[in-house]
Design a protein around this ligand. Structure first.
Ligand code: ASP
Ligand code: MG
Length: 391
């Protein structure tokens, strides 16, 4: 059967009015595509609200109960959207992750998808129903409701597209992937095609447009993936194996990750490091850039703000002095060109130097270079990089 998977995030279904607009768009899309499976996120900031709600009971909620709570958000959206479609004379059926056959590993709150059993979906499609699936949730082999980690609805959509052998369209509140976040730079340019690698790197380095795990999944199963504006009437960004060959040598992207903590440990002799980093790992602290301080005696590392309490607890339990600096940002340039063009890094350093922009740490991957800067330097750094690369 010919068809497409379409996915709408929380901001696209934030109100009943918006849900109505989406329903109109889906009905139109079905005429061209043949059949449609829709994946939706929870309405607006519902998931954040549910997390806050749990915090009023306990700081450390039971994970199974937490998944039960979080899964309710998406259940509201599928019910509302199915009603809107039926109201418009378009037969539709809402399915939870469990009903839709989204099978995950056991373990809670960040479960991986193991497979999709499309039996029920196929049955509904055969009756010409629009199938509306709750994103972000599944069922484990022990028949527990699980969730896939924040932003997990993208993964639901890509997993369904892979299982159905259909393309996947992710609709959102921007027109696609940009050379730099349009909220940081008004003249940001939309990119027509971009590689999986670059998209994965960008989303790990702060671009909020798509969840990294879903990009990994799309690459693995060769899913034809696009990011588009939720008005459904504009070309978006297509994510493919290769960047556009015309663009791949010139275009770099700038992305910004905020709320980075910079932790400096003054006296950190080598023999103390294994213990310190294992304790941090045990506390599930997500350590990023690590470096020796200039005098060679200390060590500093970055981590996300959510990990602050755990870092403090672990380090206070050890005989070391440390300082935590908040509000750092990680400003990165991403581009496949870096694999083959050594000048890319030089350009970034020149831009920082010429604009007298201080940075605290630098890290690189095969296709990115990242600078940890103070929050007040962030905008100037983005501007300098945009100029340097002519974005
Ligand atoms: N509602 C979930 C979240 O806010 C999943 C998603 O939106 O993709 O993280
Ligand atoms: Mg999202």
């Amino acid at each position: 059967m010919r068809g497409t998977v379409v996915k709408f995030g929380g901001s696209s279904v934030a109100t009943p009015e918006k849900i109505g607009l989406i329903a109109d768009g889906i009905i139109k899309r079905k005429r061209d595509a043949g059949a449609v499976v829709v994946v939706v996120s929870a309405m607006g900031k519902t998931t954040n609200g549910l997390i806050e709600l749990s915090q009023r009971i306990t700081a450390v909620p039971d994970k199974r109960a937490m998944d039960m709570l979080l899964a309710t958000g998406e259940q509201v959206s599928i019910a509302m959207l199915a009603m809107a479609l039926i109201e418009r004379n378009c037969p539709a059926v809402p399915l939870t992750g469990w009903q839709a056959g989204i099978l995950t590993e056991s373990g809670h709150m960040n479960s991986r998808v193991n497979g999709v059993d499309t039996t029920r979906i196929q049955r509904e499609l055969a009756q010409d129903h629009v199938v509306v699936v709750a994103g972000f949730q599944g069922v484990s082999e022990d028949e527990e409701i699980t969730t896939l980690g924040r932003g997990g609805s993208d993964t639901t959509a890509v997993a369904l597209a892979a299982a159905l052998n259909w393309p996947c369209e992710i609709y959102t509140d921007v027109e696609g992937i940009y050379t730099v976040d349009p909220r940081l730079h008004a003249d940001a340019r939309k990119i027509d095609t971009i590689s999986h690698d670059e998209t994965f790197e960008l989303s790990c380095l702060g671009a909020k447009v798509i969840e990294p795990r879903s990009v990994e999944l799309a690459a693995k199963y060769g899913v034809d993936l696009q990011i588009l504006l939720n008005t459904m009437d504009k070309p978006g960004t297509r994510i493919t194996r290769q960047s556009d060959p015309m663009e791949q040598n010139v275009v770099n992207k700038v992305s910004v990750l905020d709320n980075v903590l910079l932790v400096s440990v003054d006296q950190a002799p080598e023999e103390r490091l294994p213990e310190m980093f294992s304790n941090l790992a045990e506390a599930k602290v997500n350590i990023d850039v690590i470096s020796r301080t200039p005098n060679g005696e200390g060590v500093s590392f970055t981590a996300p703000m959510e990990n602050e309490a755990d870092i403090v607890r672990v380090l206070q339990g050890m005989p070391i002095d440390f300082v935590i600096r908040r509000d750092k940002s990680k400003v990165s340039v991403v581009g496949n060109a870096m694999r083959t063009h050594p000048g890319v890094a030089a350009k970034a350093f020149r831009a920082f130097h010429e604009h007298k922009l201080p940075f605290r740490q630098v890290s690189t991957s095969e296709i990115s270079i990242s600078f940890i800067v103070d929050a007040e330097t962030k905008h100037r750094a983005v501007k300098a990089l945009i100029e340097a690369y002519g974005l």
